[in-house]
Design a protein around this ligand. Sequence first.
Ligand code: GTP
Ligand code: MG
Length: 201
Amino acid sequence: MKVLDARFVTSAVYARGIPDDRIPHIALVGRSNVGKSSLINALAGRRGLARTSAAPGKTRLANLYRLEVEGGAGGPGRWAVSFADLPGYGYARGGRESVAELRTIAESYLEGHEGALRGVLHLVDARHPGLEADRDAADWLQSLGLERATVATKIDKLSRHERNKNLRELERQLGTAALPISAASGEGLEDLWTLIARLSR
Ligand code: GTP
Ligand code: MG
C-alpha cells in the first residue's frame, strides 16, 4: 500500500459547501485535541497536510482531504478516498452541549454526502476511557446507522499494563472494540489502512 498523492480539498463551516467529488468518504469524529488532524497526516505520510495544535479547537470547520492510493488490502490497483476532518467536540463546554454543536456541522455534512460516506472513524483518547462526551457521540453515531469504527489514539503514551486495561474499559463503555493507534509512532496505522480499504474499495 502506497499513498501516491494527498491534498487538501476544501473547508466549509456548513459542510453542505463540500463538493461531491464522487469518491468514497471516511469521516473522522472525536473530541477536540484527540488527534484527528494528526491521524490524517500520519495516514497520508505528510506532516503539515492537516493543521494540528496542542491548543484544542484548532479545526473548527469540516475539512476535506483527498488521497490517491496504490494497492493495499483488496489487491493491486489505484484507488482514492476522501477524509472529512469534522470539528472536535467536548472541549470548551464539555458534555452534551458540545456534542450537540458537533451534530449541527456533522449532520449537514452527513446529509449532503450520504451516498459517498462509507464509514465514520470515532476517535477516542486511549488515556481517558469513559468520557461522557465520547459515550454521547457513540450513541449518536450508532443512531445514524453508519459503519462505525472506534479508534483509540495516542496509544504511545500508555504502558503495556495501562493500554490493556484502558482498551478493555473503552470496549465496555462504547460497546465495540477500539483499534489502538499512534500518529506519533505509527503503531496501528497499517491495520487502520486495511479497515479503510475494506470500507472504501
Ligand atoms: P481539534 O482540531 O482541536 O479538534 O484537534 P485534533 O483532534 O485535530 O487534534 P490534533 O491532531 O491537532 O492533535 C492534538 C495534539 O495531540 C497535538 O499536540 C498532537 O501533536 C498530539 N497528538 C496527536 N496524536 C498523537 C499521538 O498519536 N501520540 C502523541 N503522543 N501525541 C499525539
Ligand atoms: Mg484538528
